[in-house]
Design a protein around this ligand. Sequence first.
Ligand SMILES: C[S@@+](CC[C@H](N)C(=O)[O-])C[C@H]1O[C@@H](n2cnc3c(N)ncnc32)[C@H](O)[C@@H]1O
Length: 345
Amino acid sequence: METDERGVAVWRGQEITGADALAQVYRDVTLVTALDPSTAEQVGGGTWTGVPTSSSTLPSLMAGMLEELRVVDGQRVLEVGTGTGYNAALLCARLGDRLVHSVDIDPGLIASARGRLAGLGYAPDLAAGDGRSWHPSGRRFERIIATCSVPRRLPAAWIEQAAPDAVILADVDFGIEGGLVRVCVDGAGRARGRFAETSGRFMAARGDAHAYPAPEPHVPYAAAVGTRPTAVSAADIRAHYPFRLLLALELPDAQLTYHHADDQPLALQLHTPDGSWARAPLSGGDGAEVAYGGGADLWGKVEGLWEWWCARGRPAQEQFGYAQEAGGEVRVWHLGTGRRWGAGA
Ligand SMILES: C[S@@+](CC[C@H](N)C(=O)[O-])C[C@H]1O[C@@H](n2cnc3c(N)ncnc32)[C@H](O)[C@@H]1O
């Protein structure tokens, strides 16, 4: 990915073959492999902009997730989000292809992944469809790994298709942030575990191959109603992933937007549906000021949570448990103190 002179993210198209191809796929970078055709636009010789709809996952993220999945011989695995087939190939190499099932919403991606995997001598079960629904094989899986994110909770179909003591590893989106959860499913359909040590986010699962989620409505740069000094800077929020994850749980309805208004420094703005908002410049540091408006004291919640998180030694995401009841209710808690959050509607 590059950024053009207007600050727009662009991707340079590459046709890579031969020995160079191997070097490229082993580089620790995410390679965007498909753009939403309705947003894709050629902006220069060989460069494109648009909403990515598939990518080859960052190799270090794939490796971290596969390690945390802890597969053992003989286990049947479902991967949701086949994409290029890279991760499916690794699973085939580890388990043998007859135990690997992978599903992608985009039939075109499934067709090309099938060809690539066949070229390596693998013929796993590849299916086109919404991986959040029951898998067409009707099988039970000892491991389910998703490389697209799901909102608020794990889909019921994954829990239902989980074999006894199965492990699910997936990115759950809680609004302004989300994270990889690693849970074990018990015989009563409850999933319990914690956030994974590996951190990484994935593109959102979508409902069909040709309908892409509409971008979130743009939250306007609100005119300041009041300002006050704050000890928490927007740079702190941007720099500390585990804190952002907690903030998403603390403010489940909030949207987070980065604003670059004319003649204003880059600022982070939180906004909730009741019209409350708070905005702090990223360049804040000592003497930072927050601007705010609306009825709810959003920044007060940010400050309270920051104080709590810092006082507990800034715990990383794996210090937080995740439990999902059979009915879908989600609870996240700090392992050290038991402080808990719901996941929002
Ligand atoms: C980050 S890519 C997957 C990367 C892939 N695992 C690899 O090894 O390269 C995410 C994939 O999820 C797919 N996807 C999105 N929504 C989906 C859904 N509801 N069910 C299954 N796949 C979905 C996308 O088409 C995309 O190919």
